[in-house]
Design a protein around this ligand. Structure first.
Ligand code: SF4
Length: 63
């Protein structure tokens, strides 16, 4: 599983971070960083919740 971010869409709103802070971090300049692009299968539920929380649909899961 791979986390993919559409940088043109992401506005650094941080919903993903609040759902899965082990994987997403928004810095002081509102730039979101993916801390680990390849989560283990056991975290799929949490990553899916984070992806679905993004209000601008900037996240998706591949694989
Ligand atoms: S919730 Fe969406 S817009 Fe907000 S930081 Fe995450 S990916 Fe970017």
């Amino acid at each position: 599983m791979k986390i993919v971010v559409d940088r043109d869409l992401c506005e650094g709103l941080g919903m993903c971070e609040s759902m899965a802070h082990e994987y997403f971090e928004v810095d002081d300049d509102d730039v979101m960083h993916v801390l680990n692009e390849n989560p283990p299968e056991e975290d799929r539920k949490m990553i899916t919740a984070a992806v679905n929380s993004c209000p601008v649909l900037a996240l998706k899961i591949e694989g």
